[in-house]
Design a protein. Structure first.
Length: 75
């Protein structure tokens, strides 16, 4: 495993992290990259925002509290 990720590797891992728990080494490398790269940091925030919006929509569609859909996701 390399000690440094490319932006392409980082975005792939950010997206994979939505579907599975990343290994400790993967999480460390992603966090290191995000600490240095504004573009990937923005991408990661956008992914979290979209996931929160989808979760809110699902709760709303299932008859949950409609105000929950308006709350931003917690990091």
């Amino acid at each position: 495993m390399r000690l440094r990720l490319t932006c392409k590797d980082t975005t792939r891992l950010v997206l994979e992290g939505e579907d599975r728990t990343l290994a400790l080494g993967e999480r460390v490398l992603v966090r290191l990259h995000l600490g240095m790269c504004q573009g990937c940091t923005r991408f990661s925030r956008q992914v979290r925002l979209m996931q929160g919006a989808l979760d809110g929509w699902r709760r709303y569609a299932e008859g949950g509290d409609s105000t929950d859909a308006l709350r931003p996701p917690t990091p």
